[in-house]
Design a protein around this ligand. Sequence first.
Ligand code: KE4
Length: 431
Amino acid sequence: MAFSESRRLFRRARRVIPGGVNSPVRAFGSVGGVPPFIVRGKGARITDADGNEYIDYVGSWGSLILGHAHPAVLRAVRTALARGTSFGAPTEGEIELAEAVRRHLPSVQKLRMVSSGTEATMSAIRLARAATGRSRVLKFTGCYHGHSDGLLVSAGSGVATLGIPGSAGVPESMTRLTVQAAYNDLAAVTQAFDRWGDEIACVIVEPIAGNMGFVPPVPGFLQGLRELCSARGALLLFDEVMTGFRVAHGGAQRLYRVKPDLTCLGKVVGGGLPAAAYGGRREWMDRVAPEGDVYQAGTLSGNPLAVAAGLETLRHLEQPEVYEKLGALGARLMDGLREIAAERGVEFTASSRGGMFGFFFHPGPVTNFEEAKKAHSERFRRFFAAMLKRGIYLAPSPFEAGFLSLAHRPADIDRTLEAAREAMQQAAALR
Ligand code: KE4
């Protein structure tokens, strides 16, 4: 595979954009090498500036559940485009999108659209603080909820710890109100409530973690959070930016039958254009301006092009068989990778839910970030590079999840497993 054009573009990009990219993970820092500069996508495939074609398992980080350049989505956006790109005024499409979300996620009686997952979680936390009159926020180590200051915290040592700044430029005063506990550790959450109970406004959680690799909740974890929050007067906030409309019609809250107080959405809900949202029970959402006293605003919130893409995408997710199909493809891929790793005696664990999946070079089980960090990173890097060279585009970090679309076919999975047989050999060569 030639990469000369991407290499040239990357050099030029780094002169005018930090790291040459507009979001850090795209720079391939975790895996090395030159990130392919993409020129187009179609269905399950993307093509880079050197003409290399890949089967795409990132799909704009989960946004493109229908695949790239879906004809109906393009048509919907073109129709909206002909009427203008933005009004900064209310439109009917925003009502239709809010109604569509409520149909699938009954816990979201009202919602407010924003333009990114970061805005959604930041705003939902502000609302939770107003609704409870409390200030602390409990999050889980390894979960990522966007880059607002209070959520950019590093894992301290100990069971439930006060956040310490996870990025330069984040003052300690901004993270002092953030408590962190290990994912899947209800005892740690109970301890946090015992220590700061009446100060905790909300618990924010990825109901299936996709930012420490793919880490599902252990049985009872989400239900336990629900019970603890109800008992201690905190709001339960499901960050479904990644899992919403991805793992089931109503997202993880439908899959695990746990009802959060507030939900954050993104990615799929914008169909690949910038749209996200937060929502929940009417009694909370009516606190948001202009109805209530919690201020939040956005110039391009509910943008008509993004709403058109999101609405058309959700329309294609109405059929019940959609998630069975995504789930079957995910299981086929994970079973195949497990089998190939076992044949080569490589420690490996893999799992999927609906159209979301992940794997670790680790004997498993991986239930939290501490375990995820023990996975064999060099084997991941070797495997990733060998797969890319064979036209398989995986998430360029062991701490990300992978995504299938309705454009992926069983033949794509077979082709991916064929590449994995050789790529796993290279990973196995590493002790
Ligand atoms: P954005 O601000 O990037 O739209 O959403 C932040 C966010 C919030 N919550 C969850 C569960 C998320 O996964 C994300 C963003 N996900 C990353 C992928 N790990 C987006 C990719 C990137 O950062 O470039």
